[in-house]
Ligand binder design. Structure first.
Ligand code: SAM
Length: 286
């Protein structure tokens, strides 16, 4: 079958199945061959790889992945898309479609069954309404993943990649950068999708670390401090952390900041991941 990246083929498929796009599932399908080639190249998929695709839609990117990977497992929530996928992917014998919510799939079990527990690559044009839970779920649950290459809202990609002192820097930047090295591979305008999203998009690749770049005694505690610091980002770190319900006193924070040679009036947005790690290690001794 001719590829769905040809907009005429996608339009004919919409008509054939009388397909109604579901906003609640974040359905914006790619119709740009150039962008698809860029995603596949950024993901670095080879014939050795098993790829997990989240939300195949009509199977537009799945067609490209099937040609470059050894095996593709694609998880799609919308059951109306299953008959479409059965047709658009009929030429490929290395694709398995699972009709489920990705947030409910036991990915670790899947990787053990399908790839002998060896790390897989995750490639997706993500539904934007659940970008963060999907990515953080993959990172925090220590699923065997080599890299994650995904299309997300441009602002979200920028937040993931941002460093200290910039307006985009926040809890998401630190959470992602604790587990992975982010790299924005391309910016993608709305006219590459049908229907067009109201926002710009970007392809981001996350290369997962074998171990985090900083040593932290209590990860949960560090992220509690980070979240509290950015919940009130215009306030000083000591105020936002205490107001945010982290079980430490102002005096203890001031002492830790002094020990680190930092100003008592510093804001969370000025601290690097390394400094948050050090601060939380100092405070978790209390
Ligand atoms: N990959 C296709 C493409 O690029 O043309 C479609 C991408 S579209 C942005 C997102 C896809 O994710 C839709 O097909 C949508 O139905 C699916 N989806 C939404 N929520 C999902 C979930 N919780 N689990 C699995 N798939 C989901």
């Amino acid at each position: 079958m001719e590829k769905l990246s040809n907009p005429q083929v996608t339009i004919a498929t919409i008509k054939k199945y009388d397909f109604a796009f579901q906003k609640k599932f974040g359905q914006n399908f790619l119709i740009d061959e150039h962008v698809l080639n860029k995603i596949i190249a950024a993901a670095g998929v080879t014939k050795d790889d098993m790829v997990l695709e989240i939300g195949p839609g009509f199977g537009t990117m799945t067609q490209y992945l099937a040609e470059t990977a050894r095996e593709v497992v694609a998880v799609e929530i919308d059951k109306a898309l299953i008959p479409v996928l059965n047709e658009t992917l009929a030429d490929y014998d290395n694709v398995t479609i699972i009709n489920d919510d990705i947030l409910k799939v036991d990915i670790e079990k899947l990787v053990h069954e399908r790839n002998d527990g060896r790390p897989v690559k995750v490639v997706a044009n993500l539904p934007y309404y659940i970008t963060t839970p999907i990515i953080m779920g993959l990172l925090e649950n220590h699923v065997p993943v080599d890299n994650i290459t995904v299309m997300v809202q441009k602002e979200v990609a920028e937040r993931m990649q941002a460093g200290p002192g910039t307006k985009d820097y926040g809890a998401l930047s630190l959470a992602v950068q604790y587990y992975a090295e982010p790299y924005i591979a391309a910016n993608v305008p709305p006219n590459c999708f049908i229907p067009r999203p109201n926002v710009g998009s970007a392809v981001i690749r996350l290369n997962l670390f074998e171990k985090p770049p900083v040593e932290v005694k209590d990860e949960k505690f560090m992220f509690q401090i980070i979240r509290a610091s950015f919940n009130q980002r215009r306030k000083t770190l000591q105020n936002s952390v205490v107001n945010g319900g982290v079980p430490v006193t102002k005096e203890q924070i001031i002492k830790a900041l002094n020990d680190m040679g930092l100003s008592e009036s510093i804001r969370g947005e000025a601290l690097s991941l390394e400094q948050f790690a050090k601060l939380s290690n100092l405070l978790s001794y209390i």
